[in-house]
Design a binder for this molecule. Structure first.
Ligand code: IMP
Ligand code: MG
Length: 421
């Protein structure tokens, strides 16, 4: 094992939580580097289901050091709640979790602003998770944000008051509901007491760990096409979800990264608005009928489509994906035919990339190659050769079309439902 960045190669919810949980067996440090509690990583350990939003999935491994890096936006109150939920389930958190003092905070007015912005967009709304992620990053970029270290400063109430005042001006102008200072101050002071020992200089912590030869895993949240630069803008999240974000979001330099793993579903999903070229009602009905593809954070039904190799190939380039992990293979078990988009047709011409212009993307017709299904339960397969021949051919084609090596296949949520080809 080496220092690994794990990214989602589609629109999020690729099953990163499960893959990370498998990989953390060999990692000493697991780092979150972007996003916030918009993420929802579901991990099963035995019959117990855990849904993690801010805390790296490594926390379930007892010995793993978990770090929330500077690139993450943290709602301290939500974080305390998540810690308490884990502790109630018997997971030890304190000794294993550290939070960057430079990470920006999400505050209640960010959530209010998020809701306002969505309402104003009407039909063009992005379908955000309403966790205040966009407005928190906007404050960071505008250089007015509050960081975790501000929570520990004596002049915290003053800084908070200034921000509440400014945000309320904006909220009123947008027709939103202003927030009141006093309850926020009290609630966040309580959270600060709980988090104080965990807020540190994580850049130093990570570099000390590198010097000691520790193995690091950078746990990506969301997916490549929700990236603020490379995604289907403006239907994206407000952070860099692609591999570069792991470096800026942690302070670990690119030349200390050894490998990038891209996680992709055996089909495609997305939640919220925006383009999904291979969207298809047949596969959506099938998956929803199986009780699959409902969001971990918001419970929303995800939109579903066929595997889009144009999308994964471009993701492989942008992220430098060396290896792919294909998840949810078992979701396709009952299909007699499975389609894979190999390229797009645009105005009668072949297109091998995802255009930035969404009108152009909407005009793209996916061109499919049809694979025969395997009509067999794969969820009990544990080795490559346990998989039906057609499933193996399908997986090989996904890797070949994406231009990366197939390193892992997941056939169910449990740790042992994992195949290493
Ligand atoms: P935001 O990140 O809440 O601002 O939402 C922006 C877009 O990203 C919306 O379409 C969300 O549904 C999507 N999104 C954000 N986080 C996730 C995630 O963890 N998985 C899948 N989609 C996400
Ligand atoms: Mg998710």
């Amino acid at each position: 094992m080496a220092n690994i960045i794990l990214v989602g190669a589609q629109w999020g919810d690729e099953g990163k939580g499960k893959v990370i949980d498998v990989l953390t067996e060999r990692a000493d440090v697991v780092v979150r580097t972007q996003g916030g509690s918009n993420a929802g990583h579901t991990v099963f350990v035995g019959p117990q289901k855990y849904v993690l939003h801010l805390i790296p999935s490594g926390i379930l491994r007892g010995k793993t050091q978990c770090v929330i890096g500077n690139g993450v936006v943290v709602d301290p109150v939500a974080l305390v709640r998540e810690i308490q939920d884990l502790e109630r389930l018997g997971v030890r958190v304190n000794g294993n979790l550290r939070i960057s003092e430079k990470a920006h905070m999400v505050l209640p007015y960010h959530r209010e602003l998020d809701a306002c912005a969505e309402k104003l967009k009407g039909k063009q709304s992005i379908g955000t998770t309403r966790r205040g992620i966009g407005p928190a990053y906007a404050d960071k970029i505008s250089r007015t944000g509050l960081r975790m270290l501000d929570l520990l400063r004596r002049d915290w109430p003053l800084r908070l008051r200034e921000q509440v005042r400014a945000s309320n001006r904006l909220l009123r102008a947008l027709g939103g509901k202003p927030v009141s200072l006093a309850p926020i101050e009290a609630e966040y002071r309580r959270a600060a007491r709980r988090l104080r020992p965990l807020i540190v200089d994580t850049v130093q912590l990570l570099h000390d760990a590198l010097d000691e030869g520790k193995q690091m895993l950078f746990e990506g949240a969301q997916g490549s096409y929700l990236d603020i630069d490379h995604g289907t803008y403006p239907y994206v999240t407000s952070s860099n979800t692609t591999a570069g974000g792991a470096c800026t979001g942690s302070g670990v330099p690119p030349n200390r990264i050894d490998k990038v793993i891209g996680v992709m579903k055996a089909y495609t999903t997305r939640v919220g608005g925006g383009p999904l070229p291979t969207e298809d009602a047949t596969i959506a009905d099938l998956l929803h009928g199986m009780g699959r593809e409902f969001g971990a954070t918001t419970g929303r039904a995800r939109r579903c489509g066929w595997f889009d190799a144009v999308v994964t190939r471009q993701a492989a380039r942008i992220n430098g994906i060396d290896e792919i992990a294909v998840t949810n293979l078992d979701g396709l078990d009952t299909l007699s035919e499975i389609k894979v988009c190999t390229h797009y047709a645009l105005a009668g011409r072949r297109l091998d990339r995802v255009p930035a212009d969404l009108d152009q993307l909407a005009a793209c017709k996916p061109v499919y190659r049809v694979f025969p299904g395997w009509s067999k339960d794969t969820s009990t397969a544990r080795r490559w050769n346990d998989l039906p021949r057609n499933a193996r051919a399908y997986l090989k084609a996904l890797a070949q079309l994406s231009g990366a090596h197939l390193a892992m296949v997941s056939v169910g949520p449990a740790r042992d439902q994992t195949i290493l080809p």
